[in-house]
Design a protein around this ligand. Structure first.
Ligand code: DC
Length: 229
C-alpha cells in the first residue's frame, strides 16, 4: 500500500508520517530530505540554483535514504548529511533546487523505485512531501494533505530547532517569515507546485496533537484497507 502525505512546511507531516510508518512496520520516505541533500550539493559546489548547473551537477549527485534503528540516515554521494540538511539554510536551498526540472526528475525516479521495491516485497510505504499525491503517485491508495495556520507551523519549527541546535535559534518572527517565503515559492512554482490532490483528505493540524494526527491517518489507512479487501 502506498500512503502519500503532502503539505506545507511545519504542518506536522514528517512526525506523523514517521510514526505512522513505524506503527505499520512500513518504510518512511522523507522526500524533503532528498531535496535538502541536493540543495546542500549545490551549496557545497558553490553553484547558483540554475537549470544549467542542475544539468551539470545532477549526473554526479547520488542521494540515498538509509533506514536505521534511530531514524533515516541521509547520504549525499555516500557522505552522511543527516544533521547538515536540517538547518534553515538547507531548507531554503532545497526549495530553490526544487523548482529545477533535472532535480525533480531524478528524485521522483528514485522515490518511485524505492516505493515499488517495498510494494513488490509485500510491504507498504509512507511517502511525505509536496507532490506525492499529485505527481509521484497519483494512484496512491491513501492521500492526505496536512495544513495548519502559519503561527502554529512557525512555533513547531522554532521548538524543533531549539531542541536540536546548540547555537543561537532564529527568532519566531524570522522563522515565520522564512516559512511564508518558502510556502510561496513551493506553491507558485511551475513544476509540481504544492497543491492538494483532488481526492486527498484534508487534515488541519492547527489545534490537534501529534498523537491525534497519527490516529487519524491510521484510521484512514484502516478504512481504505477494509474497503479494498
Ligand atoms: O519537507 P521539507 O521542509 O524538508 O522540504 C524541503 C523543501 O523541498 C521544500 O521547501 C520543498 C521541497 N520539496 C519538494 O519540492 N517536493 C517534495 N516532494 C518534497 C520537498
Amino acid at each position: 500500500m502506498i500512503v502519500a502525505i503532502d503539505g506545507p512546511a511545519g504542518s506536522g507531516k514528517s512526525t506523523t508520517a514517521r510514526r505512522v510508518a513505524e506503527r505499520m512496520g512500513w518504510l518512511y520516505l522523507d522526500t524533503g530530505a532528498m531535496y535538502r541533500a541536493v540543495g546542500l550539493a549545490f551549496v557545497e559546489a558553490e553553484q547558483p540554483f540554475s537549470s544549467e548547473c542542475a544539468a551539470k551537477l545532477m549526473p554526479g549527485v547520488s542521494v540515498d535514504l538509509d533506514p536505521t534503528a534511530t531514524g533515516l540516515r541521509v547520504l549525499l554521494n555516500g557522505e552522511d548529511v543527516t544533521a547538515q540538511i536540517r538547518t534553515p539554510e538547507a531548507g531554503k536551498a532545497a526549495s530553490k533546487v526544487a523548482v529545477l526540472g533535472d532535480v525533480r526528475r531524478r528524485l521522483v525516479e528514485t522515490q518511485r523505485r524505492i516505493a515499488h521495491r517495498e510494494v513488490d516485497a509485500g510491504r507498504g510505504v509512507v511517502l511525505e512531501g509536496r507532490d506525492i499525491g499529485t505527481v509521484v503517485f497519483p494512484d496512491a491508495d491513501v492521500k492526505i494533505f496536512m495544513i495548519a495556520e502559519l503561527a502554529a507551523r512557525a512555533r513547531r519549527r522554532y521548538d524543533e530547532l531549539k531542541a536540536g541546535m546548540n547555537g543561537d535559534t532564529p527568532s519566531l518572527d524570522v522563522i515565520s517569515d522564512e516559512l511564508a517565503e518558502r510556502d510561496q515559492r513551493d506553491a507558485e512554482r511551475a513544476l509540481s507546485p504544492l497543491l492538494p490532490a483532488e481526492d486527498a483528505v484534508l487534515l488541519d493540524t492547527t489545534s490537534i496533537s501529534v498523537d491525534e494526527q497519527v490516529e487519524r491517518v491510521l484510521s484512514i489507512i484502516d478504512d481504505r484497507r477494509n474497503n479494498t479487501e
